[in-house]
Design a binder for this molecule. Structure first.
Ligand SMILES: NC(=O)c1ccc[n+]([C@@H]2O[C@H](COP(=O)([O-])OP(=O)(O)OC[C@H]3O[C@@H](n4cnc5c(N)ncnc54)[C@H](O)[C@@H]3O)[C@@H](O)[C@H]2O)c1
Length: 249
């Protein structure tokens, strides 16, 4: 399985799962445009001829347009898009959720996906091929109290991806969703409620919820993103891949 010479855009590239995905795709021979609000943690890839870092907010239409154009101009195609960006919600009773918090979570987790997928479709339709992977969350099937906005945003990602899979199928563009289980990244701690002990919550709540007995590693997610971006999945579209150690059961 190789992605040699294919060009991939990865969002949330500086985060736990994003960075592991960038590293793996580069190792597989792909060109990678890694986009994030802050790109300092991607500095180690800067010498790589197939790597470009983009620092920007993926909620800005112009930024998204610019990223896709620059990537296409430099590498000549856009073969894959892995939407890994996202923000957590600190567990909060609904009565205490502000409208601003709700809008921010929906915007980052869903509007960014609308904007990047729209731009990807523009390039991929012309190429008559392309692969899109949008990251959701196991919480869409196994919600936890206090995460109602986050769960809603990830449910929207799943529905949107299925609708888009159908819409783009005639142009040989695959759109799939990957739902991670609890993964050992900085985000996991951010799901804890106010005043909760983050390390205890990770161990006692999240780790214990995984039948296979450990938290996911960013590399576990990266391997499955790579699979969904590869030619091994040419006939897979509109699917949901659970990479969660069995948490969804
Ligand atoms: N960590 C978990 O346990 C877990 C579980 C299920 C799903 N997920 C999902 O997996 C994905 C990756 O999670 P992670 O654990 O690697 O998180 P992370 O916080 O380490 O990484 C997320 C990245 O997204 C970036 N980002 C946020 N808003 C952005 C914006 N507007 N523009 C550009 N970049 C932006 C952040 O800067 C960050 O680098 C997310 O979509 C998350 O919701 C995570």
């Amino acid at each position: 399985m190789t992605l040699k010479g294919k060009t991939m855009i990865v969002t949330g590239a500086a985060g736990g799962m994003g960075k592991a995905t960038v590293a793996l795709l580069l190792e597989e021979g792909a060109n990678v445009a890694g986009c994030d609000l802050h790109t300092d943690s991607l500095d180690e890839f800067n010498g790589h001829p197939g790597f470009m870092a983009y620092q920007g907010n993926l909620l800005a239409e112009d930024t998204v347009r610019h990223i896709f154009k620059e990537t296409f101009d430099r590498f000549g195609s856009i073969d894959g898009l892995a939407n890994i960006l996202g923000i957590a919600q600190s567990a909060t009773p609904i009565e205490d959720c502000s409208l601003d918090d709700y809008r921010k979570i929906m915007d980052v987790n869903m509007t960014s996906i609308f904007l990047t997928c729209r731009e990807a479709a523009h390039y991929m339709r012309k190429q008559q091929q392309g692969k899109i992977v949008n990251i959701g969350s196991v919480s869409t099937t196994r919600p936890r109290p206090g995460l109602q906005c986050y769960v809603a945003s990830k449910g929207a990602v799943e529905s949107f991806s299925k609708a888009l899979a159908l819409e783009l199928a005639a142009d040989q563009i695959n759109v799939n969703v990957l739902h991670p289980g609890p993964a050992d990244t900085t985000m996991l701690g951010q799901f804890s409620g106010e005043g909760a002990n983050v390390d205890d919550t990770k161990k006692e709540v999240f780790e214990k919820s995984v039948p296979l007995g450990r938290l996911l590693k960013p590399e576990d997610i990266a391997q499955s993103v790579k699979f969904l971006l590869s030619e091994e999945t040419n006939m897979v579209t509109g699917s949901v891949l659970h990479v969660d150690g069995g948490r969804n059961i």
